[in-house]
Design a binder for this molecule. Structure first.
Ligand SMILES: NC(=O)c1ccc[n+]([C@@H]2O[C@H](COP(=O)([O-])OP(=O)(O)OC[C@H]3O[C@@H](n4cnc5c(N)ncnc54)[C@H](O)[C@@H]3O)[C@@H](O)[C@H]2O)c1
Length: 256
């Protein structure tokens, strides 16, 4: 499709399914040298071939590395797996979960489980990538997956919104910390994207038709449209962009 990511080694967490899968495949389509697919499971939630099979079919080097992002030692092993290709250039911290029961009365164990993936997992991945980039003096790009729910709150997703708001600020703070090393850190805030996560989250699934009707573009987003934004942030085309939350929401948060 393009050579925007030519020569770059890309790691994507939560890349078996949905948005992460589209990002991993998109990275291969845009010329990445190697794409490391990371997830707790290998099979896509929505069915179809594994992400690595799709990437191999494009003739791009790929590996699947089973990783629970909430475990720091597993995340460190994931980043170490890039050494055979010369280290990570673009780290996409995408893995995230929703709860079947969220809201003002969210249970403590659910809240902690969500934070361990959506906040701890994103931090551990960004830290591990940054350490390796600094050790190899690489001007890397780290992309954190937030959400429109990290900019505007929703009563039905109190824990989720809290985690994603944290991710938006994490990107800003990490951009400040890592900018002097030439490492950029940005967050992406998808709107309503048609994935298994959206379809299977109680409350959100029902609300998505209302979101669609209020979205200026009057449709849900496609995972590939988030992938396009991430490819741009990973590429040198965005070389002076760091710390931003990039909204990709069909205009939903821009209107009353
Ligand atoms: N779909 C949307 O509308 C939407 C909107 C805004 C933000 N997001 C965010 O985009 C990201 C991807 O969402 P999606 O819709 O593709 O979801 P998805 O459920 O389709 O895919 C998420 C993937 O993450 C993996 N995963 C879950 N826990 C993990 C863990 N502990 N370690 C590693 N991998 C793990 C799952 O196995 C799955 O393959 C999430 O961070 C989500 O919060 C999605």
């Amino acid at each position: 499709m393009s050579d925007l990511l030519s020569g770059k080694v890309v790691v994507v967490t939560g890349a078996a399914s949905g948005i992460g899968r589209a990002i991993a495949i998109g990275a291969a389509q845009h010329g990445a040298k190697a794409v490391i697919v990371s997830d707790v499971v290998e099979a896509p939630r929505e069915g179809g071939p594994n992400t690595t099979s799709e990437i191999e079919a494009l003739g791009v080097a790929t590996r699947f590395v089973r990783t629970n992002v909430s475990k720091r030692d597993e995340v460190d092993a994931l980043v170490a797996a890039t050494e055979e290709f010369g280290g990570v250039d673009v780290m996409v911290c995408n893995a995230g979960i929703t709860l079947r029961s969220d809201g003002a009365g969210v249970a403590e164990d659910d809240y902690r489980r969500l934070m361990s993936v959506n906040l701890d997992g994103v931090l551990f991945c960004a830290q591990a990538a940054a350490r390796q980039m600094q050790a190899l003096s690489k001007p890397g790009s780290i992309v954190l997956m937030a959400s429109m729910g990290g900019i505007a709150g929703a009563g039905m997703t109190v824990a989720y919104s809290t985690s994603k708001g944290g991710v938006v600020l994490m990107a800003k703070a990490m951009a400040d910390a890592l900018g002097p090393s030439g490492i950029r850190v940005n967050s992406v805030c998808p709107g309503t994207i048609d994935t298994a996560l959206l379809r299977n989250t109680p409350g959100v699934a029902e609300a998505s038709e209302g979101f669609r009707q209020r979205t200026p573009l009057r449709r849900l987003g496609k995972p590939s449209e988030i992938a396009d934004a991430v490819v741009w942030l990973g590429s040198d085309m965005s070389s002076y962009v760091t710390g931003i939350p990039l909204l990709v929401d069909g205009g939903l948060l821009s209107v009353l």
